[in-house]
Design a binder for this molecule. Sequence first.
Ligand code: C5P
Length: 232
Amino acid sequence: MGKDVIIACDFASKADCLNFLDKFTGKKPFVKIGMELFYAEGPEIVRELKARGHKIFLDLKLHDIPNTVKKSMNVLSRLDVDMTNLHAAGTISMMEAALEGLTRPDGTRPLLIAVTQLTSTDQERMEKDLLIKEPIDKVVMHYASNAAKAGLDGVVCSPLEAGKVHETCGKSFLTVTPGVRFADGDIGDQKRVMTPAEAKKIGSDYIVVGRPITAAEDPVAAYERCVAEFVD
Ligand code: C5P
């Protein structure tokens, strides 16, 4: 899989999601299904979008003991998603167990990506709540290296960190980056943002774009603008 734009389908129900995707006549964008939609609709929503021909990033951010994560990943592997994720904070053993669980009997598996530190966690919260005293950039790079050591395919990170992640973990280690906004768009609650063109320049492999597409007056045009800036 090469560079691509992933639409964050942050909808509360299958009806809202399908209503949105029906606008894309003839196009099958790569979509992200998060906890909200998955918990509302269950695995059926994944099967339905797969049957409609979409690639799927299942964003459930697993974090538990290695055995539980391994068995849960095994269930997800049968859903035929293209990409899924977990928290690197679960340790290298948990990530290795996840990879084992995710690998199908024929040796194939979805891409497995790690969340390092959530962007909602800042230096102060990390120090006070988590008792991690190192600089957050160092923690993010350390967690990314752990993910690479465990054999994962990449990390979710800010587009601003994508260059450094590639320097630390290698060019082929994937960077999946949310926090993307058009130059003339509303940034909403995202703090550190980049345009699709800037994300391309810095070397992001996939951009995850939600509201700039889902809340646009013309979502298909907004998606095409992302593709034109980031992929073409
Ligand atoms: O609407 P917006 O473009 O901000 O959506 C970005 C998507 O990426 C959302 O689904 C959000 O939960 C997700 N995300 C993020 N920042 C992270 C990890 C995931 O914005 N660090």
